[in-house]
Write a protein that binds this ligand. Structure first.
Ligand SMILES: Nc1nc2c(ncn2[C@@H]2O[C@H](COP(=O)(O)OP(=O)(O)OP(=O)(O)O)[C@@H](O)[C@H]2O)c(=O)[nH]1
Ligand SMILES: [Mg+2]
Length: 288
């Protein structure tokens, strides 16, 4: 059988993978109940990967950024913005797939969110600025992996669906967004669903994005997200991200995910009228 032919880019990737596999200078952090690494990945990749950085990702903005983000190129950081999710978090963190690193971003929790997250093996970042978008962007700034995923901390989404979304990014998508499919009636308040439908329709018509949900579970490359600059610090973040992605010409892909009722705790956004009004204000500000 003839030997397979690979492009220079594929060969470079293969050499990176080989180097990582043979690296023995690694540190694995404390493990949680599911026997997964919680505090880091192998060390010793940085120098090798650096030398290939520019050639592997020529569309990235600068070699410095590439160097900074590729030292844990194999793993995926799951960024979980949380405000008062101490009750729901253990279930979410227990379902994080092997090879994924949970990073809980806490801002303004008055319960034991940070403590519970640490106890379950997640890394924790505190963000002083309030808001969902501020938390997400603090997570992106702190992540040490090339790929980053996002997930709510209320148990409404299943982290075991993340690998399928990651595969789509690895296959060439720039941003993969989970389209929430409620597991039963009543999971998604009608006003939130309607608002989401209207906004998604606008994103399709005005920006040509193939989406039906602004999404809360998503996967992208960290370096690419950084090129979009600072985005909305509150509920406008997911919408502004999609608009930024469209303007930048990203390949955006949508994939169905199950949407369940929050496992425990109190809704901060669509489950409360105040949260809904604030979210509507933020969406309108972004769409203006
Ligand atoms: N760090 C941080 N996280 C937030 C903030 N507001 C909301 N979140 C998190 O964002 C996610 C979505 O908020 P939810 O309260 O679940 O809002 P929702 O999904 O519209 O409403 P329900 O699922 O019906 O309760 C959850 O993980 C929240 O903890 C915030 O100000 N800071
Ligand atoms: Mg929720």
């Amino acid at each position: 059988m003839p030997a397979p032919r690979y492009s220079p880019r594929t060969r470079a990737r293969g050499r990176v993978a080989a180097s990582v596999t043979s690296c023995t200078n690694h540190t694995i952090g404390p493990k949680c109940a599911e026997n997964r690494c919680s505090s880091g990945y192998e060390r010793g990749r940085h120098c090798f990967v650096t030398s290939f950085a520019a050639s592997i990702r020529p569309r990235w903005p600068s070699v410095d950024k590439v160097t900074e983000t590729l030292h844990n190129a194999e793993g995926v950081t799951v960024i979980i913005p949380c405000r008062d999710e101490a009750e729901a978090l253990p279930g979410v963190l227990a379902a994080i797939p092997a090879g994924f690193r949970a990073l809980v971003v806490d801002n303004g929790s008055t319960d034991a969110t940070a403590e519970v997250a640490r106890r379950c093996g997640a890394a924790v970042v505190s963000e002083a600025r309030p808001g969902y978008g501020a938390a997400v962007q603090a997570g992106i700034a702190s992540a040490g992996t090339d790929l980053v995923a996002f997930l709510d901390g209320d148990g409404s989404m299943d982290p075991r669906e993340l690998p399928a979304l990651v595969d789509l990014v690895r296959a060439g998508a720039d941003l993969v967004v989970g389209r929430r499919r409620p597991v039963r009636r009543g999971v998604w308040p009608w006003h939130a669903r309607l608002g989401n439908l209207v906004i998604a329709g606008r994103l399709r018509r005005r920006y040509g994005l193939p989406v039906h949900d602004i999404g809360a579970m998503r996967v992208a490359r960290r370096a690419a997200l950084l090129t979009l600059g600072p985005l909305h610090t509150r509920s406008g973040y997911p919408l502004q991200l999609l608009i930024g992605a469209a303007r930048a010409g990203w390949r955006v892909v949508e994939r169905d995910i199950a949407y369940r009722p929050r496992a425990a705790g109190v809704s901060k956004v669509s489950g409360s009228w105040l949260g809904t009004l604030r979210a509507t204000r933020d969406f309108l500000a972004v769409l203006r």
